[in-house]
Design a protein around this ligand. Structure first.
Ligand code: SAH
Ligand code: DHB
Ligand code: MG
Length: 226
């Protein structure tokens, strides 16, 4: 978070301008954000424009099996699930039982219960479980949970991938703090460790993009498996 220009009014204004034009009001998504707020979940969902970007990427690659690590209230999950064909599936992992309960109700309200498999539990247990069940390979993997584990999640993502799998990681810029090697923030150190692993990983072709938005200054890492 550090000295980010989190409150630069232009970022929010541009998000509102663009989303106003490109992301029309949607009952299920609005109800999801309202239910999240009512239940006291932190408002750290992807933004509407980012959610739609994830949806577009999933559609562009014709994804039918998507893995998400970090559900929160299911806002990003709903965007991803709506990109799927009828028989497609999003498996989404969430450690917090309170978040799971809210997400389940949001997903049901959105009419997507048949396309979303929400698993309660820590990703460190759930990921080996998915591998053991032979649930991969996934077409797209969205990593958006605890940032300290991102280097490990990358390794699990690779085990659950095939050539062409798209891997996206949220929150990799942290208000610019990612450039500080001496940062005392565990999320920043976790992100730097993730980037070292990504840079050294011959199995992927990777990039990253910093973004400003209504949520401040942050970014996505994006990789395709070779
Ligand atoms: N993808 C969501 C936001 C996720 S916020 C969206 O954009 O709408 C991050 C979530 O990861 C939180 O709900 C948190 O409880 C969950 N989380 C944190 N550590 C986790 C872990 N080890 N395993 C699974 N989920 C975890
Ligand atoms: C924050 C934002 C996120 O998108 C997330 O997944 C976790 C934390 C944050 O701004 O603190
Ligand atoms: Mg995030």
């Amino acid at each position: 978070m550090s000295q980010t220009n989190r409150d630069d009014p232009r970022w929010r204004a541009v998000d509102q301008y663009l989303a106003g034009l490109l992301v029309p009001h949607d009952e299920a998504l609005s109800a999801t954000l309202n239910a999240n707020a009512k239940a006291g979940l932190p408002a750290i969902d992807v933004t509407p424009l980012q959610g739609k970007l994830l949806h577009i990427l999933a559609r562009a690659i014709g994804a039918s099996k998507i893995l998400e690590i970090g559900t929160l209230g299911g806002y990003s999950t709903i965007w991803l699930a709506r990109a799927l064909p009828q028989e497609g599936k999003v498996i989404t992992l969430e450690a917090d039982p309170g978040h799971v309960a809210v997400a389940r109700s949001n997903i049901e309200r959105a009419g997507l219960a048949d396309r979303i498999e929400l698993r309660q539990g820590g990703a460190a247990d759930a990921l080996p479980q998915l591998l053991a069940e032979g649930r991969g390979p996934f077409d797209m993997i969205f990593i958006d949970a605890d940032k300290v584990s991102n280097a490990e999640y990358l390794q699990w993502a690779l085990r659950l991938s095939r050539p062409g799998t798209l891997i996206i990681v949220d929150n990799v810029v942290r208000g610019g703090a990612v450039t500080d090697p001496g940062s005392k923030d565990a999320d920043v150190q976790g992100t730097r460790k993730f980037f070292d692993a990504l840079a050294a990983e011959p199995r992927v072709c990777a990039s990253a993009i910093q973004m400003v938005s209504g949520k401040g200054h942050d970014g996505f890492a994006i990789a395709v498996v070779n």
